[in-house]
Design a protein around this ligand. Structure first.
Ligand code: GLN
Length: 240
């Protein structure tokens, strides 16, 4: 079997080690004999149905976000991404990427950046930067990461959060919610990078991608996650 990871705007949106999520997906697939191709999808690239089996969209500074926001709408990539999510293709987006997949992101300077409306949520730049380790309780159990954002994301009433904040700020530092999940698409503020220390979430993305692509139930071979879970529990112990 083979999976194509669509790396969205990796040349512009890749701060705080988010590329580590691509590496984690690639290794956890290859350790199971699943071939991986990484497809870089940025400003100059077109996107059509079936081009990617999983999407990854990392974090970025306001300046990069303003360039990407325009391209998402102008190039129709935003529309294609939404259509792919509707048919169940999984996606992980972190921070700046997450913000652009909501309704809009209003940065400190300059105009509001229209999002693609995938997540029923909106983001407004706050006065403080929310920085530090974060621990979240979710359907994947505990998730740990590192956040660094001034954007405060508020979920609309029909939105489903990824989880509840145990330690850290989460979406906005106010309602104790972190991230958003819609179908098999996840947005969150957990840099780190996220997936190496949260193997359950990494495997959920791989499983969903395989099931959508091959149209059958998939049980992934178990891996020895001793190190991954030691890394996760040490963060929970220190900060959770
Ligand atoms: N520029 C956005 C903010 O500060 C996103 C930053 C990020 O991706 N870490 O909220």
């Amino acid at each position: 079997m083979k999976l194509i990871i669509g790396y969205l705007y990796g040349d512009l949106m890749n701060i705080y080690g988010d590329t580590g999520n691509i590496i984690a997906l690639q290794k956890r697939a290859e350790w199971r004999g699943i071939d991986i191709e990484i497809k870089y999808i940025s400003i100059k690239n077109k996107l059509k149905k079936g081009d990617a089996d999983i999407f990854f969209f990392g974090g970025g500074q306001d300046q990069a976000q303003s360039i990407v926001a325009i391209d998402l709408v102008k190039s129709d990539k935003g529309k294609v991404i939404s259509q792919e999510i509707e048919r169940g293709v999984p996606l992980l987006s972190i921070c700046g990427g997450y913000q652009l997949l909501g309704d809009y992101y209003k940065p400190h300077e300059g105009p509001k950046l229209e999002g693609i409306g995938l997540f029923p949520a909106y983001t407004i730049a706050g006065d403080i930067r929310m920085i530090g380790n974060i621990v979240v309780e979710s359907m994947f159990g505990k998730l740990v990461g590192f956040e660094n954002h001034s954007g405060k994301t508020y979920l609309n009433k029909n939105a489903i959060p990824l989880g509840m904040v145990i330690k850290g700020f989460g979406n906005n530092g106010e309602d104790k919610l972190e991230g958003c999940i819609y179908k098999n698409a996840i947005g969150c503020y957990m840099h780190g990078s996220l997936l190496p220390k949260n193997p359950k979430l990494a495997d959920w993305l791989l499983k969903k991608a395989l099931e959508v692509k091959y149209k059958k139930k998939i049980e992934l071979k178990l891996l020895d996650d001793t190190l991954e879970l030691q890394a996760q529990s040490s963060t929970v112990k220190r900060f959770g």
